[in-house]
Design a protein. Structure first.
Length: 272
C-alpha cells in the first residue's frame, strides 16, 4: 500500500465576500450567478465594482480569469486582479496571489514573494494562506525550514476545519516530522479530513487501517477508504483499492458495499 505523505499546498482560488453591506449585496448577486454557472453574468456584476476598487470583486474577477470561466483563461489578468485586491488587504486575494507566485501563474515564480503574501493572508485569518505558508516552512521554500512553524500553521487551520491542513497535520504525526510519532493522532486528523471528502486523507486513513497503525487492522475499512479516495481522483488509492480488493472474501465485499452505500447517502444529504 502506498500513501501520499508529502504535504502539498492547497491551491485554492477563493471567491470572497466581505465589506460594506451595499457592496456585499452586489458582490453577493455575482456569487449567486457564479454558483448557478452563469459566469458571464457574474463578470458583468463584478467588473464595475472592481473598477471602483471593491477588493472582493477584484479577487473574484481573478478567479474567473484564473479558471477561464466566462472569459478566456488569462493567468496574467488573474494575477493582476489578485494583486489589486491583495494590496487593499483582501485576505483571500493575498492567498491567491501567493499561489500565483508559488506556481508561477501569470507572474515569475518567486517563493519569497509567495511566503510574504501567504503570511499577510494568514495574519488576517485566511485558512488556506495559513496552510500554504506551513507548506513553505516544511519544505524550506522562500523561508528557512522550520517544522515548528509549519506545525503551528497547520494546526491553526486544521483546528478551524480546513481539510488540507488536517491531512498535512496527520502526515506530520505519521512521519514524526517535528513531533513524536503518533499513529493515533495521525488517524484522527486523517479521519477529520477524510470525512470532508479529501482524497489524500482518505487514502492515508486507508493505509493506517491496512497496516493496523493507530487503528485496529481492518481490510474492510481500508478497502472502503481506498475506494472512496480513488473515486475522488487519488491514483495511489486506486492501486491500493485493487490490491486490497483481491484479498476480500464475499462477506467482506458485502460489508464494503454497505459502507459505500451509506457514504453515498450521506454525501447526497449534504448537497444543496
Amino acid at each position: 500500500m502506498t500513501n501520499r505523505l508529502w504535504c502539498s499546498a492547497l491551491l485554492v482560488i477563493a471567491i470572497s465576500l466581505a465589506g460594506p453591506a451595499w457592496s456585499q449585496a452586489k458582490v453577493g448577486s455575482g456569487i449567486e450567478a457564479f454558483a448557478r454557472g452563469d459566469y458571464d453574468a457574474a463578470r458583468q456584476i463584478w467588473l464595475p465594482l472592481a473598477e471602483r476598487g471593491d477588493s472582493n470583486a477584484q479577487n473574484n474577477l481573478g478567479v474567473l480569469y484564473e479558471r477561464g470561466l466566462g472569459v478566456d483563461k488569462d493567468p496574467v489578468k488573474a494575477a493582476g486582479w489578485y494583486r489589486q485586491a491583495a494590496e487593499r488587504g483582501n485576505a483571500s486575494a493575498q492567498n491567491n496571489l501567493g499561489v500565483c507566485y508559488e506556481r508561477g501563474i501569470g507572474i515569475a515564480q518567486d517563493h519569497k514573494q509567495a511566503a510574504e503574501w501567504y503570511r499577510k493572508g494568514a495574519m488576517r485569518g485566511d485558512l488556506n494562506a495559513q496552510n500554504n505558508l506551513g507548506v513553505l516552512y516544511e519544505r524550506g521554500l522562500g523561508v528557512a525550514v522550520s517544522l515548528p512553524d509549519a506545525l503551528k500553521l497547520y494546526r491553526a487551520a486544521a483546528d478551524k476545519g480546513l481539510a488540507q491542513a488536517q491531512n498535512n497535520l496527520g502526515v506530520m504525526y505519521e512521519r514524526a516530522r517535528g513531533v513524536t510519532q503518533d499513529y493515533k493522532l495521525a488517524a484522527l486528523w486523517y479521519r477529520r479530513a477524510a470525512d470532508q471528502g479529501h482524497p489524500a486523507a482518505q487514502n492515508n486513513l486507508g493505509v493506517l487501517y491496512g497496516l493496523g497503525r493507530g487503528l485496529a487492522e481492518d481490510i474492510v475499512q481500508a478497502n472502503f477508504w481506498f475506494t472512496v479516495a480513488a473515486a475522488g481522483g487519488s491514483a495511489n488509492a486506486a492501486t491500493n483499492r485493487d490490491s486490497t480488493a483481491r484479498r476480500l472474501n464475499p462477506a467482506q465485499r458485502d460489508q464494503v458495499d454497505k459502507l459505500l452505500a451509506d457514504w453515498q447517502a450521506r454525501q447526497s444529504g449534504r448537497r444543496p
